[in-house]
Design a binder for this molecule. Structure first.
Ligand code: AMP
Length: 437
């Protein structure tokens, strides 16, 4: 799904584009339509999943499209309650970014700083207030703001509110809100206390749940090889013949890439099927059927083709190319290790993909453990940007193995080669046993 397919108004779609969002994250896909329709939402999701845009964009749209003429200035129409100053600032910034081209005003208030500038902002009038609960109650108590015309209430990070002892403050705020309103509650976990709070404040909510980024990543053994582009096919063939690989989904960035990898594997004596948007429905079904029946162990796919595939519990996912969007890495590797099974995700990264690697590691908050193959990366200079040309690119010859492997000839593709690291020996990455990180 494209971001532009969401039922959002152009100023918001433009803002998403300006932020570089090409496709909505799962929480955005599931949350934006019901919020636009005025439904209450119970969202099980944590920071890092794209949750802020999932509520901020439809709130901006509703406030903008349902503007009412009101006597007596600008009442607060939406309130986001969040536990920490950092989150409050981030959420406020998101409202400002997404709502840049809308005539709505957002304001943020939190404790630990002087209240006067916040009071002055409130006096000038705000449509959207982002607040931490303690300071909000203080200002309500002093008569600086009223919530009696509120239309939308967001309770963010409800479980952390409990952990941080804010639940009484939260309940005091809720007691001030009009009964007729739209409510969205987000929480990374659903302990009993959050559930009972949710029951009390939500009315027939739509429940949306996405895997927290961290937990998906936690149960999967991940490994990374730094390798030159032209050697990726050699390494892939070598890894795929290891007996631990019962079923493997290999991701490539492009459709041509998927075909090429399947062809290279065939030359190496490994049966594989490619699946992508240029294949007919029949060809896709046959490829999938062969894979599911076990007739072939390896399926090569692009992200888009893989999205609609009902395949789970794979033993291995290979990122032949790293994805452009770091979220896709999490989705890809989530194909393995499903239903409590251990899984392994092996990624290849060439010099031109270092930026993508940094983004993935930033999103998942961890460094993917590196392994060294007989073809360690030798090319340290990124390729110059190529002009778009229809001519077929010249074929690059595989780089010879590094000095650490120089005593040996480059192995024939289908021959199992013991990995011979230049550094102290590490295990072949395919076992899913004790080396879990
Ligand atoms: P959040 O979970 O709201 O804190 O968002 C985490 C990060 O994801 C932020 O840096 C957002 O800018 C980014 N983000 C949100 N939605 C998307 C999207 N659809 N595509 C790519 N990045 C996104």
């Amino acid at each position: 799904m494209d971001f532009q397919d969401l039922p959002l108004i152009p100023p918001l779609l433009d803002a998403a584009k300006a932020c570089g969002y090409t496709s909505p994250t799962p929480i955005q896909r599931q949350t934006i339509p019901p919020v636009l329709a005025g439904r209450d939402v119970l969202g099980c999701a944590q920071t890092g999943t794209g949750k802020t845009a999932a509520f901020a964009m439809p709130i901006l749209q509703r406030l903008h499209t349902q503007r009412k003429q009101r006597a007596g200035g600008r009442p607060i129409r939406a309130l986001v309650l969040t536990p920490t100053r950092e989150l409050a600032l981030q959420i406020h910034e998101s409202f400002e970014t997404y709502g840049k081209r809308l005539p709505l005003r957002a304001c943020v208030i939190f404790g630990g700083v002087g209240q006067q500038p916040q009071v002055e902002q409130l006096r000038r009038g705000v449509d959207i207030l982002v607040a931490t609960p303690g300071r909000l109650n203080d200002l309500i108590g002093q008569g600086h703001l009223s919530l009696d015309q509120l239309e939308i209430f967001v309770l963010d990070e409800a479980d952390r509110m409990l952990d941080m002892g804010f639940i009484h403050d939260v309940k005091r705020v809720i007691a001030q809100l009009p009964k007729k309103r739209q409510t969205l509650l987000f929480s990374a976990t659903m302990p009993a206390e959050v559930e009972s709070l949710a029951l009390g404040i939500l009315s027939s909510p739509v429940t949306v749940k996405v895997d927290p980024v961290g937990s998906t990543v936690d149960r999967i053994h991940q490994w990374l090889y730094l390798i030159d582009k032209q050697n990726k096919k050699l390494l892939l063939a070598q890894l795929l013949i290891q007996p631990e690989v019962e079923s493997a989904l290999v991701f490539t960035r492009t459709k041509h890439g998927a075909d090429r990898v399947a062809r290279d594997l065939a030359k190496a004596g490994i049966q594989a099927r490619a699946i992508h948007g240029d294949k007919s429905q029949g060809a896709r079904q046959r490829a999938l059927g062969d894979f599911k029946s076990g007739a072939v162990r390896v399926l090569v796919a692009t992200d888009i083709a893989a999205r609609g595939l009902d395949i789970a519990g794979l033993s291995h996912v290979f990122n032949y190319d790293l994805p452009n969007e770091p979220e896709s890495y999490v989705h890809r590797i989530g194909r393995t290790g499903r239903a409590g099974l251990d899984g392994t995700a092996v990624s290849f990264c060439c010099i031109d993909e270092m930026k993508e690697l940094r983004q993935i590691e930033k999103l998942t908050g961890r460094e993917i453990p590196r392994l060294e193959s007989p073809w360690p990366m030798q090319n340290q200079s990124p390729s110059p940007l190529k002009p778009v040309s229809k001519a077929a690119p010249a074929k690059a010859a595989p780089v010879r193995p590094s000095r650490a492997c120089a005593a040996r000839e480059a192995p024939k593709l289908a021959q199992p080669v013991p990995l011979s690291p230049a550094r102290p020996a590490r295990r072949v990455p395919l076992a899913t046993g004790n080396d879990r990180r």
